[in-house]
Design a protein around this ligand. Structure first.
Ligand code: GRF
Length: 201
C-alpha cells in the first residue's frame, strides 16, 4: 500500500477531506505522516484524532531553508513516503526537496493557475474582478504554483461575492478534487508528458 505524507500549516480542512476519503475506502493508501511547521495549527488536532503521526518542524529551529528541507527529506525517506501532499503548507519548497521527490509532490491552489498565484488566490481573483475562478491541483516543481496541472475545476464569481462568501464554494471544490487527484496518482493513472498530464481511464 502506498504511503502518503500530508503537509499543513493551519486549519487542515483539505487534510480532513483526505482523512475522510481514506476512511471510507475511496483512497487506498496509508496516511503515514503529517508534517507541520506551526505548533498551533488545528491540523495537528485532526492528525491526533485520526491517529496519524505528526512531525512538527518549526523554521526557527533551522538555520536556513535547505537545512529544513534536508531534515524533511530524511524524515520522508525514513517513513518510506511515496507521495507528498501539500495542503495549506505555507512554506516554499526548495529545489533540493523537489528533486528528491520529483513528480511525487502535489499541491492545491485556490485559483485557476496560472492566474492568481501566491498566498491570496481567492482574494486576488475577487479584487481583479474575475468572473470565474476555481481550484487547481498540480505537481510541484522548482517554481512557485507552476508545476504541471493534474485537475482544475471552475467556480463562478457572483456580483455580490466577498471573500467570506466565495471561500466556502472554493473549499467545497477543493475537498472534492484533491482526494480525486490523489486517487488518480495512487492508481498510477497519471501520465506525465512535460507540462501535460493525461489521466488514463
Ligand atoms: C486552501 O485554500 C488551499 O487551496 C491553499 O491553502 C488552503 C488550505 O486550507 N493551498 P486548509 O488548511 O486545507 O483548510
Amino acid at each position: 500500500m502506498k504511503r502518503i505524507a500530508v503537509f499543513c500549516s493551519g486549519n487542515g480542512s483539505n487534510f480532513q477531506a483526505i482523512i475522510n476519503a481514506q476512511k471510507r475506502g475511496y483512497l487506498k493508501a496509508k496516511l503515514a505522516l503529517m508534517v507541520c511547521d506551526n505548533p498551533s495549527a488545528y491540523a495537528i488536532i485532526r492528525a491526533n484524532k485520526a491517529k496519524i503521526p505528526v512531525a512538527l518542524l518549526e523554521s526557527k529551529h533551522f538555520p536556513d531553508r535547505i537545512a529544513y528541507d534536508k531534515c524533511v527529506v530524511s524524515i520522508l525517506n525514513k517513513a518510506k513516503i511515496d507521495l507528498v501532499v501539500l495542503a495549506g503548507f505555507m512554506r516554499i519548497i526548495s529545489p533540493y526537496f523537489v528533486r528528491a521527490f520529483r513528480n511525487r509532490i502535489i499541491n492545491i491552489h485556490p485559483a485557476l493557475l496560472p492566474s492568481f498565484k501566491g498566498a491570496h488566490g481567492i482574494k486576488d481573483a475577487l479584487d481583479y474582478g474575475a468572473k470565474v475562478t476555481g481550484v487547481t491541483v498540480h505537481f510541484v516543481d522548482e517554481k512557485m504554483d507552476h508545476g504541471a496541472i493534474i485537475l482544475q475545476e471552475t467556480v463562478d464569481i457572483k456580483n455580490y461575492d466577498t471573500e467570506e462568501t466565495l471561500a466556502p464554494r472554493i473549499h467545497k471544490i477543493e475537498h472534492k478534487i484533491y482526494p480525486k487527484a490523489i486517487k488518480f496518482f495512487l492508481e498510477g493513472r497519471l501520465k506525465v508528458n512535460r507540462r501535460k498530464i493525461f489521466v488514463r481511464s
